[in-house]
Each structure stands twice: as structure tokens, then as C-alpha cells.
Design a protein around this ligand. Sequence first.
Ligand SMILES: NC(=O)c1ccc[n+]([C@@H]2O[C@H](COP(=O)([O-])OP(=O)(O)OC[C@H]3O[C@@H](n4cnc5c(N)ncnc54)[C@H](OP(=O)(O)O)[C@@H]3O)[C@@H](O)[C@H]2O)c1
Length: 573
Amino acid sequence: MTAVVPGPVGFLGSRQPGRQGEKPRAGLDVAGCRWEHPTRGTFRLSGASGSTTVIMVSIPEYYEGKNVLLTGATGFMGKVLLEKLLRSCPKVKAVYILVRHKAGQTPQERMEEMISCKLFDRLRDEQPEFKEKIIAVPSELTQSELDLSEQDKEKLIDCINIVFHCAATVRFNETLRDAVQLNVIATQQLVILAQRMKNLEVFMHVSTAYAYCNRKHIEEIIYPPPVDPKKLIGSLEWMDDGLVNDITPKLIGDRPNTYTYTKALAEYVVQQEGAKLNIAIIRPSIVGASWKEPFPGWIDNFNGPSGLFIAAGKGILRTMRASNSAVADLVPVDVVVNTTLAAAWYSGVNRYSRPRNIMVYNCTTGGTNPFHWGEVEYHVISTFKRNPLEQAFRRPNVNLTSNHLLYHYWIAVSHKAPAFLYDIYLRITGRSPRMMKTITRLHKAMMLIEYFTSNSWIWNTENVNMLMNQLSPEDKKVFNFDVRQLHWAEYMENYCMGTKKYVLNEEMSGLPAARKHLKKLRNIRYGFNTVLVILIWRIFIARSQMARNIWYFVVSLCYKFLSYFRASSTMRY
Ligand SMILES: NC(=O)c1ccc[n+]([C@@H]2O[C@H](COP(=O)([O-])OP(=O)(O)OC[C@H]3O[C@@H](n4cnc5c(N)ncnc54)[C@H](OP(=O)(O)O)[C@@H]3O)[C@@H](O)[C@H]2O)c1
């Protein structure tokens, strides 16, 4: 199995005629070129000698009149992509979204509910008619042929120009069977459908930067898969669930979960099955709240670090197995979306000029603007101390440790003991205990993420840098993914406030009460500590002569120190 090497860097446009009815696009090696007069939509490149001039399409212009297919539109990344595409490329013809029936709602109802959320406020203001461009297509991706009706299938085959495949199960503890079903088999089926699309220009597959997390240095190439997906799929057909679960740890080997394992298999499937397609793969690391768009700090789920930030803000999460110095490779969702839209533009405009190989983009931050878990902890705690969450359980404070013994000590002292005491209090006051259950759930979530908070990786980002250099100044502004400009302290504050506003739906007007509550918790802690000291004194000091001697010695030392301090400070005046 050979690895795919990324395509040539720094080549734009095409010298070959486009498809029938399409404007021919000129091509030019951009080395030694400079940008001239960026105008709305188009931009102009001229050779260093000034002799050659070429007109290139901008990103919004590329999407003009295009029919786009998007999977996973109801998910975190999918809906940000949908919003950004419609807002920043207003002339896109239509976006077909594959949506399944869920919780008694039809795909159409789900789409309507989704676009009524706050994320779409800005788009609603700017383009009140945007809804007409979104077409919800019923599709259950885990079913045969994606459960598409014949009519829908024909429609998609006839009209789609660009595919964005975002749908996946991102649960780290998914069973292997389910993870393979959605992340591998559904991807395969979508690629097969894409092969039949008559006007397809680009197939964008969203993978993860951790697909090859068993390596420390990850380049922008597709590595050999851990197993032949076809063989695995064949085996899963005859194995029962018990057997599959038994062999899962052996199969995933040095990967931490079925998610990263199946995402690696999916990349291989895309490469093998889509050999005739123009494909690009985007690999984001840990996708966090938005940096700028449509507004800072937008987030709508508890997945990944967001749930842990909330638990820390509530004062429930007090310790975590993590390395303070490990790189926290968070990447804002708008950065991922902008990179994805730009990558599709690049592959689309160069579809006749570039060799047919898959462009892979490691969409990460650690290499260009590193941020560490110790810093994450500091910013989360300081934000939530200044702007507390409502009804916090304790004052926010977290200890990150990679020491096994310390970790278990803190788990017992600052997680389990307070939860146990609180549950007793709930029982005494006639309420049902719940804190131990919450703590158990939290520990499960922490276990799933600790592999990523304890290790660091190095990702090559040459293709991402190359892509950035291909953008016109105007596109660079509108589709900004230059993470060197990211100011982490500000981002983290907006992220935490985003979890408060958009995930927990807490009003900012409730802040004074939340601060008062935090002060009350601090006084309770002072009171508790005082009682503890008195108890210790009663138990140990009052009963043992030696402990008493040590106690008097310490007290007299403090007294002498204070007297000396007072005397020396009065002498100055
Ligand atoms: N979030 C991250 O930190 C992160 C990091 C790296 C890469 N990624 C990649 O980014 C992509 C999007 O992730 P995300 O965070 O947006 O995930 P998400 O919020 O969990 O969204 C998953 C999407 O997939 C859809 N989906 C799941 N099962 C389906 C099925 N059987 N049929 C039809 N649709 C189905 C979901 O639809 P329903 O609403 O119907 O469930 C949802 O729209 C994924 O490919 C993921 O691997 C994410």
C-alpha cells in the first residue's frame, strides 16, 4: 500500500478548457507573482515581469451557481459550515443536506428547527430568504444506499457539484460495529454515489488529525490503514456483538479508541474507492467554539473539551490526568470551516491542472501557535471565577497531574468525598442523591479524553500554509484561517462564556447572583476548613504531649516572627 503525497504547491488555475458551458480558466505558476487590485469576486495575478496576467475566481465566485451536498449538517461543524457557506457565498445555488428522521421529527422539521437557532441570526438578518436554498433530503447513512429514495438519488447525481462529507460518529466509546458502519461503510457508499455524479468537481472528506495518533509526527499524507477495511467489514458480518467487543482492543492496537481507528480506515476507503474523483481531506484536531464567526464563542454541545470546561466551571471537575506542558491542539470551528471551504475552492479551480492526488490538510494549531493544557486550565478557571456559572457546586479549581498516585488522591479527596457528603445532605433533606452518579459519568468522560490531554503530536501543515498563500487578500479576510493571529487568552474567555450562554442558556443578567453564590461557597469552604482544623486539634493535639509540644513550638515561632516583623516595620517610621 503506497502513501499518497500531496500535490504541487503554488500552482493556480488551469490551462485546459473547462467543462462544457463553463468559462475557461487561465493558469499560472504563482512563483514570483503578486496580487493586484483585488476587486469584488475576482482577483488578478500578474507575473513578476508584468508580462502575464491571469484572472482567478475568488472563493465566493467559485461557489456561485453551485449545488452543494452536505452530510452532518445538523452536527456542530456541519451547521457552522452551512451558515458560513450561505452567508459568505451568497450566490451558491442550493445546499442539499442529508438528514435522518430523529426523535419523531422529519428531516424538514429538523432543518427548520436548526436554522431557527441563534447561529443563523446573522444570516437571517443579511439574507432573509436563505432558507429557500437549503434542501433537506431524508437519508439514514447507516442504511443500504444511504436510504435515499430513487428520485432523490437521481436528483443528486444530476446536479451536485461539490460534496462536503462531515457526518460521523464522534463518540470515542462507540462500539466498533457502529463506528465502522457510519465512519467507514457510509463514507464508502457516499463515495460510490459521488462517482455517479455527473457534474462533481470536488469531494471534501472531513477526517481528524488524530486518525494516525499512533504516530508522533503526522504528515499531510494518507498512511497505510491498520487493517484492510474490506476484510474488517467482511468479518463484522459474521461475528456477533460479543465477539466484536472482545477483539476490539486487539484490533485498534495502539490507537485509543474506535473513533480514531475508523477515521483512519475511512481515509483509506476514500482514497481507494474515489480514485477517479477530485478529493481533498481535511483533518481538524480538537474542534472548539468559534473564534470570530458568526460571533465569538459560539458552541452548542458538551462534546470534547466543552463538557469538561463546564464541569470545571461548575466546580465539579477538580482534577484531571493531563500534562501541563502537553500541547492542547484546539482549533476554532470557524477556522476549520474556512479551511474546508477554501480547500474545496482550491481543488475545484485546479481540478484540470493538478495531478489526481488527494490533498490532505492538517488543520491544527500546535505547530504555529502552541497552547498547553496547563494554560487551558488557567484560563478556564480564571474566566469562571470572574464570570461564574449559575448554581456552581464548588468554587472552580482544577489540578492537572500526570502522577498516578496524586491523581487518585485528588479523585478521592476532591471528587468522591464531596460528592458522597453532598448526596448524604440531599438524602437528609428528602431529595434523591445524584452527585455520585454525575461524578461517575465525569470520570468516564475524563478517561476517554486523557490520552489526548497527556500526549503531544507534531502535524505538518505545509498544505494549509500553501492554501493560505493562494488566497486573495479579500478571501484571506473573509475566510480567515490564519491561527497565528489567534490570541488564546481572549479565545478561551469567549469559549467559556459561549458554554455559559449557548450551551447552558444562562443569561448574563444572572451574573451578580452567580458571583454572590460563589462568595457564599468560599465562606462555606472557610467555615469547613476551620471546623476541620478544630477537629484535628481535638483529636491529635489535645491527646498527645508530643503533638502539643510541636503545636506550641509552631505557634511561638509564628508569634516571634510576627513580633519581629511588627518591630522592624515601626522602626522605619
Ligand atoms: N468535533 C471535533 O472535535 C472534531 C475533531 C476532528 C474531526 N471532527 C470531524 O468533523 C466531522 C463533524 O464532527 P462534529 O463534531 O460536527 O460531529 P457531530 O456534532 O456529532 O455531528 C455529527 C453529524 O453526523 C450526523 N449523523 C450521525 N449519524 C448519522 C446517520 N446515521 N445518518 C445521518 N446522519 C448522521 C449527525 O446527524 P444527527 O443530528 O441526525 O445525529 C450530525 O449531523 C466528523 O467527521 C468528525 O470526525 C470533529
